[in-house]
Design a protein around this ligand. Structure first.
Ligand SMILES: [Mn+2]
Length: 438
Protein backbone atom coordinates (compact mmCIF):
# COMPACT_ATOMS: atom_id res chain seq x y z
CA UNK A 1 0.00 0.00 0.00
CA UNK A 2 1.25 3.48 -0.87
CA UNK A 3 0.39 6.42 1.38
CA UNK A 4 0.30 10.17 0.72
CA UNK A 5 0.41 12.35 3.81
CA UNK A 6 1.44 15.78 5.03
CA UNK A 7 1.71 17.81 8.23
CA UNK A 8 -0.76 18.02 11.13
CA UNK A 9 -3.46 20.70 11.06
CA UNK A 10 -3.89 20.50 7.28
CA UNK A 11 -3.70 23.89 5.54
CA UNK A 12 -4.50 24.71 1.91
CA UNK A 13 -0.95 24.08 0.70
CA UNK A 14 -0.84 20.63 2.26
CA UNK A 15 -4.32 19.71 1.01
CA UNK A 16 -3.53 20.94 -2.52
CA UNK A 17 -0.15 19.16 -2.49
CA UNK A 18 -1.68 15.85 -1.40
CA UNK A 19 -4.39 16.01 -4.10
CA UNK A 20 -1.86 17.03 -6.74
CA UNK A 21 0.83 14.45 -5.94
CA UNK A 22 -1.72 11.66 -6.30
CA UNK A 23 -1.58 12.32 -10.05
CA UNK A 24 2.07 11.21 -9.92
CA UNK A 25 1.33 8.31 -7.56
CA UNK A 26 -2.10 7.14 -8.78
CA UNK A 27 -2.05 3.98 -6.62
CA UNK A 28 -1.48 5.87 -3.39
CA UNK A 29 -4.18 6.75 -0.87
CA UNK A 30 -4.44 10.21 0.69
CA UNK A 31 -4.47 10.46 4.46
CA UNK A 32 -3.68 13.63 6.45
CA UNK A 33 -2.16 12.69 9.84
CA UNK A 34 -4.75 14.55 11.93
CA UNK A 35 -7.47 17.14 11.74
CA UNK A 36 -7.73 19.97 9.22
CA UNK A 37 -7.48 23.66 9.99
CA UNK A 38 -10.73 25.57 10.41
CA UNK A 39 -10.48 27.33 7.03
CA UNK A 40 -9.82 24.07 5.21
CA UNK A 41 -12.74 22.35 6.95
CA UNK A 42 -15.04 25.19 5.89
CA UNK A 43 -13.77 24.94 2.32
CA UNK A 44 -14.21 21.16 2.26
CA UNK A 45 -17.80 21.40 3.46
CA UNK A 46 -18.64 24.00 0.78
CA UNK A 47 -16.59 22.92 -2.23
CA UNK A 48 -14.78 19.75 -1.31
CA UNK A 49 -17.39 17.09 -2.12
CA UNK A 50 -15.35 15.77 -5.06
CA UNK A 51 -12.34 15.08 -2.81
CA UNK A 52 -14.09 14.10 0.41
CA UNK A 53 -14.32 10.38 -0.39
CA UNK A 54 -10.65 10.27 -1.41
CA UNK A 55 -9.37 11.52 1.92
CA UNK A 56 -9.01 8.78 4.50
CA UNK A 57 -8.68 8.90 8.28
CA UNK A 58 -5.47 7.52 9.88
CA UNK A 59 -7.57 4.85 11.63
CA UNK A 60 -8.29 3.33 8.20
CA UNK A 61 -4.62 2.91 7.33
CA UNK A 62 -3.04 -0.46 8.13
CA UNK A 63 0.48 0.76 8.99
CA UNK A 64 1.93 -2.70 8.52
CA UNK A 65 0.92 -2.76 4.86
CA UNK A 66 2.57 0.52 3.87
CA UNK A 67 5.61 0.09 1.63
CA UNK A 68 5.88 3.66 0.31
CA UNK A 69 5.10 6.90 2.12
CA UNK A 70 4.96 10.16 0.17
CA UNK A 71 5.18 13.20 2.46
CA UNK A 72 4.31 16.59 1.03
CA UNK A 73 4.71 20.07 2.57
CA UNK A 74 6.51 18.65 5.62
CA UNK A 75 9.48 16.53 6.56
CA UNK A 76 9.98 16.66 10.29
CA UNK A 77 9.06 13.68 12.41
CA UNK A 78 7.10 15.73 14.93
CA UNK A 79 4.74 17.12 12.27
CA UNK A 80 3.38 13.94 10.70
CA UNK A 81 1.55 12.49 13.69
CA UNK A 82 1.03 8.73 13.73
CA UNK A 83 2.95 8.26 10.46
CA UNK A 84 6.21 9.16 12.21
CA UNK A 85 6.21 5.50 13.23
CA UNK A 86 6.81 4.59 9.55
CA UNK A 87 9.83 6.86 9.13
CA UNK A 88 13.07 4.93 9.40
CA UNK A 89 11.43 1.55 8.95
CA UNK A 90 13.57 -0.39 6.50
CA UNK A 91 10.63 -1.87 4.60
CA UNK A 92 9.08 1.55 3.97
CA UNK A 93 10.44 3.84 1.26
CA UNK A 94 9.92 7.57 1.85
CA UNK A 95 9.58 10.28 -0.78
CA UNK A 96 9.46 13.90 0.39
CA UNK A 97 8.33 17.02 -1.49
CA UNK A 98 8.80 20.05 0.71
CA UNK A 99 9.58 23.73 0.80
CA UNK A 100 10.55 24.02 4.48
CA UNK A 101 14.23 24.25 5.39
CA UNK A 102 15.92 21.16 6.87
CA UNK A 103 15.83 20.53 10.63
CA UNK A 104 17.54 17.91 12.82
CA UNK A 105 14.11 16.29 13.20
CA UNK A 106 13.83 15.45 9.48
CA UNK A 107 12.72 11.96 8.54
CA UNK A 108 15.15 9.96 6.39
CA UNK A 109 14.01 9.86 2.74
CA UNK A 110 15.10 7.86 -0.30
CA UNK A 111 13.93 10.71 -2.47
CA UNK A 112 13.90 14.32 -1.35
CA UNK A 113 12.59 17.10 -3.56
CA UNK A 114 13.26 20.36 -1.76
CA UNK A 115 12.78 23.80 -3.27
CA UNK A 116 12.99 27.04 -1.26
CA UNK A 117 9.80 28.51 -2.71
CA UNK A 118 6.58 30.01 -1.41
CA UNK A 119 4.39 26.91 -1.53
CA UNK A 120 4.88 23.16 -1.93
CA UNK A 121 2.07 23.01 -4.46
CA UNK A 122 4.08 25.25 -6.80
CA UNK A 123 6.79 22.66 -7.38
CA UNK A 124 4.34 19.76 -7.54
CA UNK A 125 2.32 21.69 -10.12
CA UNK A 126 5.52 22.16 -12.16
CA UNK A 127 5.98 18.37 -12.17
CA UNK A 128 2.37 17.87 -13.27
CA UNK A 129 2.75 20.38 -16.10
CA UNK A 130 5.98 18.70 -17.24
CA UNK A 131 4.28 15.34 -17.37
CA UNK A 132 1.20 16.83 -19.06
CA UNK A 133 -1.19 15.62 -16.39
CA UNK A 134 -4.76 16.80 -16.62
CA UNK A 135 -5.88 19.44 -14.13
CA UNK A 136 -9.56 20.35 -13.73
CA UNK A 137 -10.70 23.94 -13.05
CA UNK A 138 -11.74 22.88 -9.51
CA UNK A 139 -8.29 21.44 -8.87
CA UNK A 140 -6.70 24.58 -10.29
CA UNK A 141 -8.72 26.69 -7.85
CA UNK A 142 -7.62 24.54 -4.91
CA UNK A 143 -3.96 24.67 -6.03
CA UNK A 144 -4.16 28.47 -6.32
CA UNK A 145 -5.62 28.60 -2.81
CA UNK A 146 -2.60 26.64 -1.60
CA UNK A 147 -0.22 29.18 -3.11
CA UNK A 148 -2.23 32.18 -1.90
CA UNK A 149 -2.43 30.80 1.62
CA UNK A 150 1.27 30.06 2.02
CA UNK A 151 2.44 33.29 0.38
CA UNK A 152 -0.11 35.71 1.88
CA UNK A 153 -1.56 36.21 -1.60
CA UNK A 154 1.97 36.52 -3.06
CA UNK A 155 3.04 39.21 -0.57
CA UNK A 156 5.38 37.33 1.81
CA UNK A 157 9.14 37.56 1.29
CA UNK A 158 9.28 33.82 0.64
CA UNK A 159 7.24 34.25 -2.55
CA UNK A 160 9.25 33.47 -5.70
CA UNK A 161 8.70 34.12 -9.39
CA UNK A 162 7.77 30.47 -9.74
CA UNK A 163 4.83 30.91 -7.34
CA UNK A 164 3.63 33.88 -9.33
CA UNK A 165 4.04 31.99 -12.62
CA UNK A 166 2.11 29.07 -11.13
CA UNK A 167 -0.84 31.35 -10.35
CA UNK A 168 -0.83 32.52 -13.94
CA UNK A 169 -0.83 28.91 -15.25
CA UNK A 170 -3.62 28.00 -12.88
CA UNK A 171 -5.74 30.89 -14.08
CA UNK A 172 -5.27 29.63 -17.65
CA UNK A 173 -6.41 26.20 -16.45
CA UNK A 174 -9.64 27.72 -15.22
CA UNK A 175 -8.90 28.51 -11.58
CA UNK A 176 -11.54 30.77 -10.07
CA UNK A 177 -9.45 33.45 -8.41
CA UNK A 178 -12.34 35.80 -7.73
CA UNK A 179 -13.25 34.70 -4.23
CA UNK A 180 -10.14 33.02 -2.97
CA UNK A 181 -8.64 35.98 -1.15
CA UNK A 182 -11.51 35.75 1.32
CA UNK A 183 -10.71 32.15 2.09
CA UNK A 184 -7.06 32.44 3.03
CA UNK A 185 -5.38 33.97 6.06
CA UNK A 186 -3.86 37.15 4.76
CA UNK A 187 -4.18 39.00 8.03
CA UNK A 188 -0.54 38.51 8.93
CA UNK A 189 1.65 41.44 8.00
CA UNK A 190 5.40 41.12 7.51
CA UNK A 191 5.93 42.49 11.05
CA UNK A 192 3.51 39.91 12.47
CA UNK A 193 5.30 37.08 10.73
CA UNK A 194 8.67 38.32 11.94
CA UNK A 195 7.40 38.38 15.51
CA UNK A 196 6.03 34.85 15.24
CA UNK A 197 9.33 33.64 13.79
CA UNK A 198 11.27 35.33 16.61
CA UNK A 199 9.02 33.83 19.26
CA UNK A 200 9.52 30.37 17.77
CA UNK A 201 13.30 30.89 17.52
CA UNK A 202 13.74 32.10 21.11
CA UNK A 203 11.56 29.41 22.61
CA UNK A 204 12.64 26.82 25.12
CA UNK A 205 10.59 23.79 26.00
CA UNK A 206 11.09 22.44 29.49
CA UNK A 207 9.36 20.21 31.98
CA UNK A 208 8.34 21.71 35.31
CA UNK A 209 6.68 19.37 37.83
CA UNK A 210 5.84 17.08 34.93
CA UNK A 211 4.12 19.79 32.87
CA UNK A 212 5.42 20.63 29.41
CA UNK A 213 6.18 24.36 29.50
CA UNK A 214 6.89 26.49 26.46
CA UNK A 215 8.65 29.76 27.32
CA UNK A 216 9.64 32.42 24.85
CA UNK A 217 10.39 36.09 24.42
CA UNK A 218 10.82 38.65 21.64
CA UNK A 219 11.31 42.33 20.90
CA UNK A 220 9.40 44.22 18.24
CA UNK A 221 10.34 47.46 16.51
CA UNK A 222 6.77 48.60 16.13
CA UNK A 223 4.06 48.25 18.74
CA UNK A 224 1.98 45.19 17.80
CA UNK A 225 -1.63 44.79 18.82
CA UNK A 226 -3.29 41.52 19.74
CA UNK A 227 -0.30 39.50 20.95
CA UNK A 228 -2.57 36.77 22.29
CA UNK A 229 -3.12 35.54 18.73
CA UNK A 230 0.57 34.66 18.48
CA UNK A 231 0.62 32.85 21.81
CA UNK A 232 -2.45 30.86 20.81
CA UNK A 233 -0.71 29.84 17.59
CA UNK A 234 2.37 28.69 19.52
CA UNK A 235 0.25 26.80 22.02
CA UNK A 236 -1.59 25.03 19.21
CA UNK A 237 1.65 24.21 17.42
CA UNK A 238 3.58 22.92 20.43
CA UNK A 239 0.84 21.17 22.30
CA UNK A 240 2.22 22.31 25.66
CA UNK A 241 0.53 22.43 29.07
CA UNK A 242 1.71 25.97 29.76
CA UNK A 243 2.76 28.60 27.22
CA UNK A 244 4.20 31.97 28.27
CA UNK A 245 5.58 34.73 26.06
CA UNK A 246 7.26 37.95 27.18
CA UNK A 247 7.39 40.62 24.51
CA UNK A 248 9.18 43.94 24.60
CA UNK A 249 6.51 45.58 22.49
CA UNK A 250 7.96 48.40 20.43
CA UNK A 251 10.27 49.46 23.28
CA UNK A 252 7.28 50.92 25.12
CA UNK A 253 5.82 48.12 27.17
CA UNK A 254 6.62 44.65 28.32
CA UNK A 255 3.70 42.31 27.67
CA UNK A 256 3.38 38.95 29.35
CA UNK A 257 0.87 36.53 27.86
CA UNK A 258 0.19 33.19 29.50
CA UNK A 259 -1.93 30.16 28.64
CA UNK A 260 -2.46 26.91 30.48
CA UNK A 261 -4.53 23.80 29.99
CA UNK A 262 -7.07 23.14 32.70
CA UNK A 263 -5.75 22.29 36.13
CA UNK A 264 -2.04 22.90 35.57
CA UNK A 265 -1.40 26.60 36.23
CA UNK A 266 -3.74 29.17 37.72
CA UNK A 267 -2.82 31.93 35.28
CA UNK A 268 -4.77 34.67 36.99
CA UNK A 269 -3.08 34.06 40.32
CA UNK A 270 0.32 33.67 38.69
CA UNK A 271 0.13 37.02 36.90
CA UNK A 272 -1.34 38.93 39.87
CA UNK A 273 2.07 40.11 41.20
CA UNK A 274 2.65 41.74 37.78
CA UNK A 275 -0.67 43.53 37.91
CA UNK A 276 -2.05 41.08 35.41
CA UNK A 277 -5.60 40.07 34.65
CA UNK A 278 -7.33 37.08 33.22
CA UNK A 279 -8.78 33.81 34.40
CA UNK A 280 -7.66 30.29 35.21
CA UNK A 281 -6.41 29.31 31.76
CA UNK A 282 -5.49 32.58 30.07
CA UNK A 283 -4.25 35.99 31.10
CA UNK A 284 -1.86 38.83 30.43
CA UNK A 285 0.08 41.56 32.20
CA UNK A 286 1.73 44.78 31.10
CA UNK A 287 4.89 46.05 32.77
CA UNK A 288 7.39 48.81 32.15
CA UNK A 289 11.12 49.06 32.81
CA UNK A 290 11.84 45.37 32.75
CA UNK A 291 14.20 43.36 30.59
CA UNK A 292 12.18 40.77 28.67
CA UNK A 293 14.75 37.96 29.01
CA UNK A 294 15.31 38.59 32.71
CA UNK A 295 11.60 38.66 33.35
CA UNK A 296 11.21 35.35 31.56
CA UNK A 297 13.93 33.79 33.76
CA UNK A 298 12.12 35.07 36.84
CA UNK A 299 8.86 33.58 35.55
CA UNK A 300 10.55 30.24 34.98
CA UNK A 301 11.74 30.17 38.62
CA UNK A 302 8.30 31.08 39.96
CA UNK A 303 6.61 28.37 37.88
CA UNK A 304 8.18 25.59 39.96
CA UNK A 305 6.01 26.67 42.90
CA UNK A 306 2.93 27.57 40.86
CA UNK A 307 2.45 24.49 38.68
CA UNK A 308 0.44 21.71 40.23
CA UNK A 309 2.74 18.68 40.16
CA UNK A 310 1.60 16.11 37.64
CA UNK A 311 2.66 12.54 38.10
CA UNK A 312 5.76 12.04 36.00
CA UNK A 313 6.92 9.09 33.95
CA UNK A 314 9.91 8.95 36.31
CA UNK A 315 7.52 8.32 39.23
CA UNK A 316 6.11 5.13 37.78
CA UNK A 317 9.17 3.55 36.16
CA UNK A 318 9.82 0.14 37.61
CA UNK A 319 10.85 -2.37 34.97
CA UNK A 320 14.56 -3.04 34.36
CA UNK A 321 16.27 -1.68 31.27
CA UNK A 322 16.19 -4.20 28.48
CA UNK A 323 17.89 -3.28 25.23
CA UNK A 324 20.04 -4.86 22.55
CA UNK A 325 23.18 -3.56 20.91
CA UNK A 326 23.01 -2.59 17.22
CA UNK A 327 25.95 -4.94 16.63
CA UNK A 328 24.29 -7.98 18.14
CA UNK A 329 22.79 -10.65 15.90
CA UNK A 330 19.20 -11.12 14.91
CA UNK A 331 18.91 -14.48 16.70
CA UNK A 332 20.14 -12.85 19.90
CA UNK A 333 17.40 -10.23 19.64
CA UNK A 334 14.89 -13.02 19.14
CA UNK A 335 16.03 -14.83 22.28
CA UNK A 336 15.85 -11.64 24.36
CA UNK A 337 12.31 -10.92 23.21
CA UNK A 338 11.25 -14.47 23.87
CA UNK A 339 12.79 -14.51 27.33
CA UNK A 340 11.06 -11.32 28.42
CA UNK A 341 7.87 -11.77 26.41
CA UNK A 342 8.38 -8.53 24.48
CA UNK A 343 7.02 -7.42 21.13
CA UNK A 344 9.64 -4.71 20.66
CA UNK A 345 13.07 -3.84 21.97
CA UNK A 346 15.00 -0.58 22.09
CA UNK A 347 18.39 -0.76 20.39
CA UNK A 348 21.05 1.12 22.38
CA UNK A 349 24.76 1.65 21.65
CA UNK A 350 27.54 1.16 24.18
CA UNK A 351 27.04 4.71 25.46
CA UNK A 352 23.44 3.85 26.32
CA UNK A 353 22.02 6.08 23.56
CA UNK A 354 18.95 4.68 21.86
CA UNK A 355 19.53 4.46 18.11
CA UNK A 356 16.48 2.49 17.01
CA UNK A 357 13.71 0.07 17.77
CA UNK A 358 13.51 -3.59 16.89
CA UNK A 359 10.07 -5.11 16.56
CA UNK A 360 8.95 -8.70 16.28
CA UNK A 361 7.96 -7.91 12.70
CA UNK A 362 11.48 -6.73 11.83
CA UNK A 363 12.93 -9.88 13.37
CA UNK A 364 10.45 -12.21 11.70
CA UNK A 365 11.39 -10.72 8.37
CA UNK A 366 15.11 -11.29 8.93
CA UNK A 367 14.38 -14.81 10.16
CA UNK A 368 12.26 -15.52 7.10
CA UNK A 369 15.17 -14.56 4.88
CA UNK A 370 17.48 -16.87 6.84
CA UNK A 371 19.42 -13.90 8.18
CA UNK A 372 19.64 -14.91 11.82
CA UNK A 373 23.32 -14.08 11.87
CA UNK A 374 22.76 -10.61 10.39
CA UNK A 375 23.24 -7.53 12.55
CA UNK A 376 20.29 -5.97 14.36
CA UNK A 377 21.29 -2.58 12.93
CA UNK A 378 20.41 -3.81 9.42
CA UNK A 379 16.83 -4.58 10.36
CA UNK A 380 15.88 -2.17 13.12
CA UNK A 381 13.67 0.88 12.67
CA UNK A 382 16.09 3.78 12.77
CA UNK A 383 15.54 6.78 14.94
CA UNK A 384 13.25 6.51 17.87
CA UNK A 385 10.14 8.03 19.31
CA UNK A 386 10.74 8.31 23.01
CA UNK A 387 9.51 9.86 26.22
CA UNK A 388 11.36 12.13 28.61
CA UNK A 389 11.48 10.85 32.19
CA UNK A 390 10.30 14.32 33.19
CA UNK A 391 7.17 14.13 31.01
CA UNK A 392 3.82 13.76 32.74
CA UNK A 393 1.94 10.49 32.59
CA UNK A 394 -0.88 12.06 30.62
CA UNK A 395 1.60 13.09 27.94
CA UNK A 396 2.99 9.56 27.92
CA UNK A 397 -0.53 8.30 27.43
CA UNK A 398 -1.13 10.72 24.57
CA UNK A 399 2.11 9.65 22.84
CA UNK A 400 1.28 5.95 23.13
CA UNK A 401 -2.23 6.54 21.83
CA UNK A 402 -0.91 8.63 18.93
CA UNK A 403 1.68 6.09 17.83
CA UNK A 404 -0.22 2.98 18.84
CA UNK A 405 2.78 1.67 20.79
CA UNK A 406 2.57 -0.89 23.56
CA UNK A 407 5.91 0.21 24.96
CA UNK A 408 8.05 3.30 24.70
CA UNK A 409 11.67 3.90 25.68
CA UNK A 410 12.15 6.53 28.37
CA UNK A 411 15.25 8.70 28.05
CA UNK A 412 16.94 10.97 30.58
CA UNK A 413 18.18 14.53 29.91
CA UNK A 414 21.27 13.17 28.13
CA UNK A 415 19.33 10.96 25.76
CA UNK A 416 20.30 7.82 27.67
CA UNK A 417 17.85 4.98 28.00
CA UNK A 418 16.51 4.65 31.54
CA UNK A 419 13.63 2.28 31.14
CA UNK A 420 10.95 0.98 28.82
CA UNK A 421 7.48 2.05 29.86
CA UNK A 422 4.61 -0.24 29.01
CA UNK A 423 1.04 0.79 28.38
CA UNK A 424 -0.19 -1.53 31.14
CA UNK A 425 1.99 0.11 33.80
CA UNK A 426 0.99 3.53 32.55
CA UNK A 427 -2.73 2.85 32.62
CA UNK A 428 -2.48 1.47 36.14
CA UNK A 429 -0.69 4.63 37.27
CA UNK A 430 -3.28 6.87 35.64
CA UNK A 431 -6.08 4.90 37.23
CA UNK A 432 -4.55 5.13 40.71
CA UNK A 433 -3.52 8.75 40.50
CA UNK A 434 -6.86 10.06 39.26
CA UNK A 435 -4.66 12.84 37.91
CA UNK A 436 -5.29 13.30 34.27
CA UNK A 437 -4.66 16.70 32.78
CA UNK A 438 -5.94 15.64 29.39
MN1 LIG B 1 3.38 24.84 2.78
Amino acid sequence: MHLITSHLNTDFDSLASMIAIQKLYPDAVICPPGSMSRKVREFMSRRGYQWASKILKPKKIPLDEITLMIVVDARSRSRIGPFAALAGRQDVAVHVYDHHPATPDDIPAEELVYEPIGASITMILEHLLNERKEITPEEATLFALGIYDDTGALTYETTTERDIAAISYLRDLGADLSGILLQVETDMSADDRKLLDNLAENAREIYINGAKVYLTWAETEQYILGLSVFVNKLKEYCDSHVTIAVVNNGGKKINVIARSVEGVLNVKEFLAPYGGSGHYQAGSATLTDRDAKELLDEIEKRLAKAITPLMKVADIMTSPVIAVSPDSRVDEGYRTMLRFGLKSLPVANSEGEVVGMMTRRDLDKAHLHGLDRAKISDFMTQGVISLAAEASIDEAHRMMATYGFEKMPVLDDNGKLVVTLSRAVLLKAIYHSGQFAG
